[in-house]
Write a protein that binds this ligand. Structure first.
Ligand code: 13P
Length: 251
């Protein structure tokens, strides 16, 4: 199973900056990218085509959309469809990110609908889950993981190729705070995630990648990536500069 080294650029970068960052990243990484690693960038919608252009023909480099809606076209002002993302060069979609859950108000049901719909429409999907600090303090980590996962994949075809689905465990309290979850906390949460995926998908769950996200940096990535059940990372702030993300990809 290849490790998935993913970047979420959130609402950062104009088109020129996105293109040059992606070009620099390719230059820094492509000759050295180990066989068992893949790179995935989620730029803002407006830069998907530029990143796809920069990665064109490069083995192991992928592009995704940070969100999409539940129809291919229609009167849905402000929304974008999986086929539009694919048309712009994206092969992946992101669902359930904590900022969409907690800032934009998406609930478990909508996240589940989006996950199943994107997969049906031919995108690979990275589903994000993770507890808030109040939930952790209240001893609810397992409950949140179980609930978000069960709802997140409720309508996903159980015959799915497991390489097309990834789950990112991103504890909300570690996102953009500089506070990384400890090794034990990560292994525990990833172990619970694997257990629930096995319950939901059977043996093929061993081939669904589980990424860690939350204040990943060049200095901590090698420790994180070597933990049990960590099959990649999803990086925000430290993915915005090409040299920093290149170190993470190769770290
Ligand atoms: P940071 O790496 O900035 O903590 O963000 C993590 C994240 O939200 C990735 O999706």
């Amino acid at each position: 199973m290849k490790k998935l080294m993913a970047a979420n650029w959130k609402m950062y970068k104009n088109r020129a900056d996105a293109l040059s960052t992606a070009q620099e990243l390719r230059k820094l990484v492509s000759d050295k990218l180990p066989e068992d690693r893949e790179v995935l960038i989620f730029p803002p919608f407006t830069s998907i085509d530029r990143v796809a252009e920069a990665f064109s023909g490069a083995q192991g480099f992928h592009v995704g959309g940070q969100d999409y809606y539940l129809h291919e076209e229609g009167a849905y002002t402000g929304e974008i469809s999986p086929s539009m993302l694919k048309d712009a060069g994206a092969g992946w979609g992101l669902t359930g990110h904590s900022e969409r859950r907690h800032v934009l108000g998406e609930d478990d049901e909508l996240v589940g609908q989006k996950t199943a719909y994107g997969l049906q429409q031919g995108l690979n999907v990275c589903l994000c889950i993770g507890e808030t600090i109040e939930q952790r303090k209240g001893g609810k980590v397992q409950e949140v993981i179980d609930r978000q996962l069960a709802a997140g994949v409720r309508n996903v075809d159980r015959d799915l190729d497991p390489a097309r689905l990834a789950v990112a465990y991103e504890p909300v309290w570690a996102i953009g705070t500089g506070e990384v979850a400890g090794s034990e906390e990560i292994e525990e949460a990833h172990g619970l995630t694997r257990k629930k995926l096995l319950e939901l998908f059977g043996d093929k769950a061993n081939e669904i990648r589980i990424l860690y996200g939350g204040s990943v940096k060049p200095a901590n990535v090698s420790g994180i990536i070597s933990l049990d059940n960590v099959d990649g990372v999803l990086v925000g702030g430290a993915s915005l500069a090409s040299d920093s993300f290149a170190e993470i990809v190769l770290g």
